[in-house]
Design a protein around this ligand. Structure first.
Ligand SMILES: NC(=O)c1ccc[n+]([C@@H]2O[C@H](COP(=O)([O-])OP(=O)(O)OC[C@H]3O[C@@H](n4cnc5c(N)ncnc54)[C@H](OP(=O)(O)O)[C@@H]3O)[C@@H](O)[C@H]2O)c1
Length: 254
């Protein structure tokens, strides 16, 4: 059980990468974190690290793509703590597949994880947040959701859908006292990105977690990083299609 007064923060995808680093960072700042993912052993390692540093946390094994699992994860958190202050929906990822090998199955899987994995938790937790009249929803999108990128059709489309969905919720929920933070990272150096070819301006994991944590605590509505890459990507959004395609192909060849 969390000490009274500690913010209750549920983080999906907390067994590795950005989610684990963010959980460690927020626990250090005093949040009681509920670590959600599928791999129990990794969750236990993250939990042991947090407790060894004086933080408080608990583990919930859950596949975010399963609506029923998300509902029981949220109701168990509410049963134990009576509230959720921050709902951080970070679980995500995807394959890099050239268009000629892309299947409907991969597209559906990308949407199940990156979009419905978030929808499932918001649907389960929103009634409680609305009753509380406060709370924060945080979603981790991607700069890959801005515009089409090579071999990123499934992942990019799923992140684009997620970001549009979250932006819409942000507008709807602000008058009801619920703040929404959307993060759009570029590259963050995790195990997943190590497999990729080009990682322009990749940010170190702890730096990314620190920046994310500060943005969450300040209830920023939107944060994109690394800042230079975010600016370049924002400008590239405005380019006409012919120029955009040539530039992206040239960058992809490097
Ligand atoms: N790293 C980057 O450069 C980068 C850039 C932009 C956006 N992002 C986004 O940042 C988020 C975190 O990515 P990361 O780089 O930290 O990747 P990661 O190290 O692969 O972590 C992904 C996390 O999601 C969890 N997860 C995956 N499928 C799940 C499922 N069905 N149910 C529950 N949990 C699931 C994984 O845990 P289990 O396998 O244990 O379930 C893991 O904890 C993702 O949304 C990703 O798209 C990352």
């Amino acid at each position: 059980m969390a000490e009274p007064g500690k913010p209750i923060t549920l983080i999906t995808g907390a067994s590795s990468g950005i989610g684990a680093a963010l959980a460690r960072r927020l626990a250090r700042d005093g949040d009681h974190v509920i670590l959600v993912a599928r791999r129990l052993r990794l969750l236990q390692e993250v939990s042991e690290g947090i407790v060894a540093s004086g933080g408080s946390c608990e583990i919930a094994v859950c596949d975010v793509t399963v609506g029923e699992a998300a509902r029981s994860c949220v109701s168990e958190a509410l049963r134990r703590h009576g509230r959720i202050d921050r709902l951080i929906l970070n679980a995500g990822g995807g394959d890099r597949t050239p268009a000629e090998h892309l299947t409907g199955e991969e597209m559906r899987a990308a949407l199940e994880l990156n979009l419905f994995g978030v929808v499932n938790f918001i649907e389960a937790a929103l009634p409680a947040l609305l009753r509380q009249g406060n709370g924060q929803i945080v979603a981790i999108g991607s700069i890959a959701g801005y515009r089409g990128l090579p071999r990123a059709a499934s992942y990019g489309a799923a992140k684009a859908a997620l970001m549009n969905y979250i932006e819409s919720l942000r507008i709807d929920l602000a008058p009801k006292g619920i703040s929404v933070t959307l993060a759009a990272p570029g590259f963050v150096a995790t195990k997943d990105t190590k497999k990729q070819r080009a990682k322009p301006m990749a940010m170190q994991l702890d730096r990314a977690a620190d920046l994310l944590a500060r943005s969450i605590l300040r209830k920023r509505r939107y944060v994109a990083f690394p800042r230079l890459l975010a600016w370049i990507a924002a400008i590239m959004r405005l380019l006409p299609v012919g120029l955009y395609d040539r530039l992206i192909r040239a960058l992809d060849r490097r």
